[in-house]
Design a protein around this ligand. Structure first.
Ligand code: GRF
Length: 296
């Protein structure tokens, strides 16, 4: 199996946040009660003063503070609560603590984080200041699966914004946050659709002879190939995946890669190419795009 998703029912999601919670707010808005994708059923914080908790309560979502009395105690309580609420997917949104392997391992593939840089560049803190100091011309944000490192897990989705003359850490933060509020819900929809997942044994089997080529890709390229493979597999064309990943998948391969790209970022030239493919490919592609793009 490539991914534990789709579930075939609305997902139950938890958000973990330590501070002001603007990303939480975007997620609450994107996944309100009773929508087909799923809803946020629990908000957890290590900080009883977090404004995120107020945002949740205001919308009638259960908000729980587990004051930090050490990692072990916090994680035990959090894991119990996630289990008790039947949570399927955990979203870190400005959660400022590092989680131990005891937490991360059982949730691997169902635990996401958002980080305000184009990972693997600039993990850690004070990102915008470091980006400006380095003279970067572009920055962005990354949604990724959480593994045991700090901001290191497999990438789900990235978005880019320019760095402009005169920018300060504050102007950059505002620009990146605006991007994040759209990026995170889209990344969640990709995961819930089964189109984003950490590479594992299922993928290795599907990729066959194309596995070494996939492994040689950079962390930023891999998600595109994963989505293309998952699309072909969902279309009942799993046998075509190795050839498609080597660039020899014909119209279906092209359709899968065009769709995989458009699922991350719209592009008029790619839309046009898709429109020129045979109707059966085009219809499948459009259906996948419609599903993930429709916010509800
Ligand atoms: C965001 O920039 C996110 O990428 C990072 O922490 C910030 C949280 O902001 N992990 P908010 O609390 O969601 O407003």
């Amino acid at each position: 199996m490539l991914s534990p998703f789709p579930l075939g029912r609305p997902a139950r999601m938890a958000v973990m946040a330590s501070g002001r919670g603007t990303n939480l707010e975007a997620l609450l808005e994107a996944f309100p009660p009773q929508n087909p994708w799923g809803e946020v059923v629990l908000v957890l914080s290590d900080n009883p003063e977090a404004y995120a908790l107020k945002r949740a309560s205001r919308r009638g979502v259960e908000a729980v503070a587990i004051p930090w009395r050490g990692r072990k105690a916090f994680e035990r309580e959090a894991l119990d609560l996630l289990r008790a609420r039947g949570v399927d997917l955990v979203l870190l949104a400005g959660f400022m603590r590092l989680l131990s392997p005891g937490f991360v391992e059982p949730w691997y593939g169902r635990l996401l984080n958002i980080h305000p840089s184009l990972l693997p560049a600039y993990p850690g803190l004070h990102v915008h200041r470091r980006v400006l100091e380095a003279g970067e011309r572009e920055t962005g944000s990354t949604v990724h699966f959480v593994d045991q490192g700090m901001d290191t897990g497999p990438i789900v989705l990235q978005g880019r914004v320019p760095v402009l003359p005169g920018d300060t850490p504050e102007t950059l933060e505002r620009r990146v946050l605006f991007l994040e509020h759209r990026l995170y819900p889209r990344a969640v929809r990709l995961v819930l659709s089964g189109l984003a997942f950490p590479p594992g044994e299922g993928l290795k089997a599907l990729l066959g002879e194309a596995w070494p080529r996939f492994q040689g890709l950079s962390p930023r390229e891999k998600p595109l190939y994963l989505r293309a493979a998952a699309l072909l597999s969902a279309w009942g064309l799993g046998g075509l995946v190795p050839a498609a990943l080597m660039g020899q998948g014909g119209d279906w391969g092209r359709g899968a890669f065009l769709t995989a790209h458009l699922l991350a970022e719209d592009h008029p030239a790619l839309r046009r190419e898709l429109a020129e493919l045979p109707e059966e490919v085009r219809l499948r592609a459009e259906e996948a795009l419609r599903r993930v793009e429709s916010p509800l």
